[in-house]
Ligand binder design. Structure first.
Ligand code: ACO
Length: 374
């Protein structure tokens, strides 16, 4: 520091501190728009419900990357490089799928020429790779060999094929595709912000997504659909829902799948996924139970918190969709990470297009200048 008056000047005009950066505007984005009061989610202006109805995950990802809407955009999964397979084989079979996916993306990055600035082609390549890597690990950990991609299949049916070794029926693939669409993007959440921070140093897209997966792994961010599954299993019948909801709240526990930091209205993603869950070929048996629990929960939460709207969030109906397509709950967080690849990589491209290194200030709270002990 060359100006010895600078600390005094800073102390005279302290900058506001917002823990968790709440309320701080840290980026401009043309990608996702969330209106929590109205219960609205738009990707580049298009309503999430319309995108689920008329789009596929590759078409939505392409929209986020390029701004172009092409409902026929095709993106198959891609082959897993040998060095990634070596790394996945070396992991303990008990490793968490999120750890395996984070490792795979990091190793993949080391196999690629990822020039600056990041491009839609890089985003496409990474988004096509990750489902194959997660499917490979899911098989390796139970002693089965990975399945090569089928280039005819789009990304989501391709992922299910590589996971199960056989093609999923259309309704099942469509249900998971809807989940991928609603999970693709959600503004400046913690993992997306992490990806933008890493990109702002001119690091590469694989490093940004590796960091984003690390951020998403935390239980405060990674979502609660597996906990929804556990809770619904505690309800014995639709008639038992009222007892269960009241006892759970009386214990001071939270109802998983309700409430949201941003949404005060019914989460539009939950609305889209409820439609999908109800039309699925293989509905989990407890979908009827879940609907009964939702009815009671909304009524009782409104009674208990008349001033604080607590509505259904995306996780509540993500649970039956993910169960219905045959995923085990321990794969739910990593599957969410696959879906969020489109948003992360779109933000990486957007950050790079008007880049400034992200470097906020901190208020120093340590000791004043002093001498080392003699
Ligand atoms: N069940 C029961 N009570 C709830 C719930 C819930 N699901 N959510 C909030 N409340 C109550 C709180 O106990 C609190 O009551 P109090 O004022 O009497 O103490 C009040 O509502 C406000 O709660 P906050 O924690 O301040 O709300 P916040 O906006 O910070 O929390 C959160 C949002 C974390 C999602 C919360 O609603 C929750 O824990 N929900 C359950 C877990 C869940 O579904 N997570 C997935 C969220 S969606 C996503 O991450 C993609």
């Amino acid at each position: 520091m060359t100006d010895s008056t600078a600390p005094a000047a800073a102390a005279a005009a302290p900058k506001p501190y917002s823990p968790g950066l709440e309320g701080v505007v840290a980026a401009e984005t043309a990608l996702g728009y969330v209106d929590g009061e109205a219960g609205q989610l738009l990707y580049r202006g298009y309503r999430i419900g319309d995108l689920v109805e008329h789009g596929t995950y590759p078409s939505v990802a392409n929209l986020l990357w390029t701004g172009d809407w092409d409902p026929r955009h095709h993106l198959p999964t891609s082959a897993v490089p040998e060095s990634v397979l070596v790394a996945l084989r070396a992991l303990p079979r008990t490793a968490k799928p999120m750890d395996a996916l984070r490792t795979a993306v990091s190793v993949w990055g080391a196999t690629q020429e990822l020039a600056w600035p990041p491009t839609p082609e890089q985003a496409r390549a990474l988004t096509a790779f990750s489902p194959s890597a997660l499917a490979a690990f899911a098989r390796l950990r139970v002693g089965r060999e990975p399945v090569a991609p089928d280039p005819e299949l789009d990304l989501v049916p391709g992922f299910l094929y590589q996971l199960n070794g056989e093609r999923a029926d259309d309704a099942t693939a469509r249900a998971l595709d809807a989940y991928f669409i609603v999970g693709a993007e959600h503004g400046l959440n913690a993992s997306t912000f992490a990806a933008r921070v890493i990109t702002s140093t001119r690091s590469d897209i694989a490093s940004a997504v590796t960091g984003a997966i690390g951020a998403l792994k935390g239980p405060l961010h990674g979502g609660a659909p597996s906990e929804v599954v556990e809770q619904i299993h505690e309800v014995t019948s639709p008639a038992d829902a009222e007892r269960w909801v009241r006892e759970t709240l009386a214990r001071g526990d939270r109802l998983m799948g309700f409430g949201h930091r941003v949404y005060r209205a019914y989460d539009p993603r939950a609305k889209a996924l409820r439609k999908v869950a109800e039309s699925m070929a293989h509905k989990p048996e407890w979908l009827e139970l879940a609907i009964a629990v939702e009815d009671v929960a909304l009524r009782v939460l409104a009674e208990k918190h008349p001033d604080r709207p607590l509505k259904t969030n995306v996780e509540f109906y993500a649970a039956p969709v993910l169960m219905g397509v045959g995923l085990t709950p321990d794969l739910f967080p990593a599957t969410f990470a696959l879906a969020r690849h489109a948003g992360w990589t779109a933000h990486v491209i957007e950050q790079a297009s008007a880049n400034r290194i992200i470097r906020p200030d901190a208020i120093y709270t340590g000791p004043a200048e002093r001498d080392l002990p003699a």
